[in-house]
Design a protein around this ligand. Structure first.
Ligand code: TEU
Length: 534
């Protein structure tokens, strides 16, 4: 039987900014529950919740101090139970974000590892190393968030490794007891009935035991990288993305499947598609995964999408997860040069996201075609922006509150919002778009329903068609159903020869206009069109 997650659409809820049920200015679990009918109305198969556990919030929940608890800001454990039941009643799966590569420095494991000294019972639960003889850090590894990936602790006269903030010490997955403790977090939540996990930075569980230096990134490659901070000045070859990391992913998958074949586990990986392909195949590793390749793209380029799938096709058993937008990167419409006034672009990007082969991740607000929010220096809450402004504005511009209805806080809270509702989102609220059958929201619903109804779109193989660029075209095919998917990446109308489409039937689901005449087709600017092939 085909597992539910193959070709499913998951809605990514960034809890802190979704809906505030009690007026304290940030989103919470009862807030998510209050909006479940809206989520279900999109036609999605489930939700992925950003981390819900207690956290000192140095990195907004990605620094966890108690893996089995619920962040007090978000509610009580009963609130999670209610949300889970309410989601299940609506047929929605619930996937948790687990951050098992590192913990908060306030996690009792780390406190014990630090204070118990080099011989204590948890001494090796984190990656501790002596300074070099000259007193400097053990090697040249850099943190993704800038600066050295090592912090010196006088208590142990040693450094500990942190791939992100120094308040996010790396857990030592080479230590069997630490590994078992991390794996049992999965048991705990699966026993509570969750349907699966999104694993944060799943390529980073294992580090090179010899602590080999990382090589620098060649200068010409740096321009390709979106993040300007120091972590991207070297290739993370030895602190992460090790081939043997698959052995940990395998153990995770087995652990998850022990609770039922219907549980789903997918990972977040860095830019390396090939590694992601190797880490997640239907035989080994995780069920699925996604990289930052589509998330960092800034140019609408058919060649780019082709190349992404070409690399993945080296791993025929790999089932991709497709994500264009999340809480870490600028919102899609803005990244590709548009804004609130380019709904055509927003709809085409949404259509492409849903039509590509894989499990689809929709980030809250993507269905509304939201552009990136502009914030001032004093409004920033993300440590990355705070540290690197103005070179890197951080990630707050994609984390502003979900716009529900017109009004000062856009219906997000009755209190003072933790991040300002975006001026750019006025006029794009859920309430306003609900009234308009031509809105981006209405289109998003049609597009998801189309995927649900079409086995080709959900499960089909993807084959690119040779049409003149900048039109991207591919066929999705499954069990005799063949759907051609066409996307005009240009802001100009395009007329092209398309003998492959002669006799095809143009389907009513469409963004913009399409006109099929014999062996040629016309597409309006940023149109997305679908055709049933004989
Ligand atoms: O993000 C992974 C991450 O490392 C990204 O910062 C990525 O490397 C970069 O954008 C690509 O250049 C995850 C979470 O999604 C993020 O919110 C956390 O801050 C991070 O892990 C640490 O837990």
């Amino acid at each position: 039987m085909t597992p539910w997650w193959k070709g499913a659409v998951l809605y990514h809820v960034y809890v802190r900014s979704f809906y505030d049920s009690d007026g304290d200015g940030h989103g919470d679990l009862p807030g998510v529950q209050a909006k479940l009918d809206y989520i279900a109305s999109l036609g999605v198969d489930g939700i992925w919740l950003s981390p819900i556990h207690p956290s000192p919030n140095r990195d907004w929940g990605y620094d966890i101090a108690d893996f089995e608890g619920v962040q007090a800001d978000y509610g009580r454990p009963e609130d999670f139970r209610r949300l889970l039941d309410a989601a299940h009643r609506r047929g929605l799966k619930v996937v948790l974000d687990e951050v098992l590569s590192h913990t908060s420095d306030e996690h009792p494991w780390f406190v014990e590892s630090l204070t118990g000294g080099p011989t204590g019972p948890k001494a090796d639960w984190y990656v501790w190393a002596d300074p070099k003889p000259d007193g400097t850090a053990p090697n040249n590894w850099l943190s993704v968030f800038g600066g050295p990936a090592w912090a010196y602790q006088p208590k142990r006269r040693q450094h500990y490794h942190h791939k992100f903030l120094r308040q996010q010490p790396k857990l030592n997955w080479r230590n069997p007891a630490a590994r078992e403790a991390a794996l049992s977090v999965l048991d705990f939540w699966l026993e509570k009935g969750v349907d699966g996990f999104r694993l944060d930075v799943a390529g980073t569980y294992l580090h090179d035991a010899d602590l080999t230096d990382n090589p620098p990134v060649p200068v010409d490659e740096r321009t390709r990288l979106h993040w300007s901070h120091a972590g991207n000045l070297q290739r993370h070859l030895h602190d992460s993305n090790l081939p043997e990391n698959i052995e940990v992913l395998d153990a995770i998958r087995r652990r998850v499947e022990a609770h039922g074949e219907d549980r789903f586990v997918f990972g977040e990986f860095s830019e390396e598609e090939a590694r992601c392909g190797a880490y997640c195949s239907h035989e080994d590793g995780l069920h699925s995964g996604y990289t930052f390749v589509m998330l960092l793209a800034r140019k609408l380029d058919p060649g780019f999408v082709r190349e992404h799938y070409r690399t993945l096709s080296d791993y025929p058993l790999h089932w991709p997860t497709i994500s264009f937008s999340n809480h870490d990167v600028p919102r899609t419409v803005s990244r590709f040069g548009g804004g609130a006034d380019t709904p055509d672009l927003a709809r085409m990007l949404f259509a492409l996201l849903v039509a590509l082969k894989g499990t689809t991740l929709v980030y809250q607000g993507e269905e509304l075609g939201l552009p990136q929010a502009t914030l001032t220096r004093d409004q920033l809450r993300d440590p990355v922006g705070d540290l690197y402004w103005p070179y890197d504005g951080g990630r707050d511009g994609c984390r502003t509150p979900m716009p529900w209805q017109p009004g000062e806080t856009l219906g997000f809270t009755t209190g003072t919002p933790w991040l300002p509702p975006a001026a750019e989102h006025r006029g794009l609220t859920v309430a306003e778009q609900e009234k308009d059958p031509d809105s981006t929201l209405a289109f998003a619903r049609r597009m998801i329903a189309f995927k649900k109804d079409s086995a080709a779109l959900r499960l089909g193989e993807l084959t690119f068609l040779d049409l003149a660029e900048p039109v991207l075209a591919f066929v999705r095919e499954h069990a005799g159903e063949r759907i051609a998917c066409l996307f005009n990446f240009s802001a100009e109308p395009r007329f092209l020869d398309a003998p492959q489409l002669a006799g095809a039937q143009l389907l009513p689901v469409r963004a913009g206009d399409a006109d099929l005449r014999g062996g040629s087709i016309g597409l309006s600017p940023h149109a997305a069109a679908f055709l049933r092939l004989a």
